[in-house]
Design a protein around this ligand. Structure first.
Ligand code: MG
Length: 470
């Protein structure tokens, strides 16, 4: 039946069109409004036990504690590697660093004389979100290649303010002062690390006494300047990696000594970022994630952090090296509670892309999972396994509650790796401290984990090693 253009029909279509237009318009507005801002705050070498809400008895972290109570405290959240560079490569790309050539058995991280970096063809969180019309900024320590072809501006960040590698590099030590002495009693002049704004060096050595404060000012200004468009802000503090430089306001304030001073300043910084979100009316549409790149650097004794009840620390593949104190916060976006599901920093890329409506090409292997449903509904995590890499090799595998150590090695020192004829096996739900080896009772579990490791190893395609380029 043909509908004749009667005045009644014209009126009806007019009404329908108007409703349709109103709906489309509303949808567009909602879509625009619904694209959340994302802030990722990343500490360096902060241990699982260094936050109040994760159990530290004397370090005061009221801001992180509040975010954990209002949002989610994750107790089984991991990084891709137990040291800086490969951990950050995994975070940025959603892929294990072995896939991008960003880990090595020869050099554990990038150094100021390195010629390599995160390859151009890798997709970072920033480059993916930029395609979804996000403004992107990085503030802090990068450590994925300081040459211009690998720096933050080359990898999707519109704006960069920070240091290109660790705060203990570019050492210019006076006669008679060794590295450990310099880290124990640091002076700014000992570490000739440049501070950069985009590609310009604006200060060298970076004045580390004020660096946390200046990172914070940059973040607060960035939030205010970008309140009208979706943004991704990656804020990677250069501490508590040694040398420790709390600012004058925090020095000597913590019961935990200078290490506690530094953590309490980082916690203050987190509070400033949240205040800035509230002042700009963005707190109901911003996801904030806090975690650390690897565990505490225990060889620095009191100047290193604590993994709490976890065994080991930075550099090693026991839990303390790779399980991090992690908080997700976003009122209305994050279902509050303690999450014991498995997650890793590699899951952030697919998760952020899901939240931002950003597409990822399917031309590569991703090791991350979209964990957005765990964040929004406390659903089950799609992740059920963790591979613990040291350099280019898998040392341990976790599936569910069980973790097998196929290779073990002290985190630091000259002792080489030991391939365990019978791997150590722990039930991490029952024994998070990895104290009670239950290998003899569960040979079947070890075999299952070994098969998982072999299946994983078969997916690894050799690529050019970036950490060995000099
Ligand atoms: Mg680190």
């Amino acid at each position: 039946m043909r509908i004749k253009p009667t005045s009644r029909n014209v009126l009806l279509w007019g009404v329908l069109l108007a409703i349709g237009f109103a709906c489309t318009n509303t949808t567009t507005q909602e879509e625009t409004k619904q694209k959340p801002n994302i802030i990722l705050i990343f500490a360096d070498d902060m241990g699982y036990g260094d936050v109040g809400v994760f159990g530290h008895p004397t370090i005061k972290t009221p801001n992180l504690d509040r975010l954990a109570y209002e949002g989610q405290k994750w107790t089984n959240f991991y990084v891709a590697a137990p040291v800086c560079t490969p951990s950050r490569a995994g975070l940025m790309t959603g892929r294990l660093p072995i896939r991008s050539g960003m880990c090595s058995d020869q050099h554990r991280v990038l150094f100021p004389d390195s010629k390599g970096g995160l390859p151009e063809n890798e997709i970072t969180i920033a480059s993916a979100l930029k395609k979804a019309d996000y403004s992107t900024a990085m503030i802090g320590k990068w450590h994925l290649g300081h040459l211009s072809s690998f720096d933050p501006n080359a990898h999707g960040f519109d704006y960069y303010f920070g240091i290109p590698y660790s705060n203990d590099m570019d050492q210019t030590l006076p006669e008679g002062v060794g590295y450990y002495e310099a880290c124990a009693n640091p002076k700014v002049s000992y570490f000739n690390v440049p501070l950069k704004r985009n590609r310009e060096t604006i200060e060298q050595p970076a004045d580390q006494n004020t660096i946390t404060k200046r990172y914070t000012e940059e973040a607060v200004n960035y939030i205010a300047a970008h309140k009208d468009q979706p943004f991704f802000l990656y804020m990677a503090h250069s501490m508590p990696h040694v040398p420790l430089f709390p600012s004058a306001e925090f020095k000597g304030k913590s019961l935990r000594g200078i290490y506690g001073d530094v953590i309490e300043e980082i916690d203050w910084s987190v509070g400033q970022v949240i205040d800035a979100l509230k002042e700009n009316g963005l707190d109901d549409n911003t996801l904030v994630v806090f975690t650390s790149d690897n565990g505490p650097w225990l060889i620095f004794n009191e100047n290193g952090g604590s993994a709490g009840l976890l065994r080991g620390g930075k550099g090693g593949t026991y839990e303390g090296g790779m399980r991090e104190p992690t908080v997700f916060w976003g009122p209305g976006m994050v279902a509050p509670g303690v999450v014991t599901e498995l997650g890793t920093t590699m899951d952030l890329l697919p998760t952020f892309c899901k939240l931002a409506g950003a597409e990822l090409p399917d031309d590569r292997v991703y090791d991350g999972y979209d964990i957005s449903s765990v964040i929004s509904e406390k659903g089950k995590s799609p992740r059920n396994e963790v591979f613990y890499y040291r350099g280019q090799q898998v040392y341990a595998v976790r599936k569910g509650a069980f973790k097998a150590h196929f290779i073990t090695q002290p985190a630091y020192g000259s002792e080489g790796p030991t391939t365990n004829e019978t791997p150590e096996l722990y039930n991490l739900n029952v024994d998070p401290s990895e104290k009670y080896n239950i290998a003899e009772q569960h040979p079947d579990v070890i075999e299952e984990l070994r098969e998982l490791m072999e299946e994983h190893n078969a997916t690894v395609v050799p690529v050019e090693n970036q950490l060995e380029k000099r």
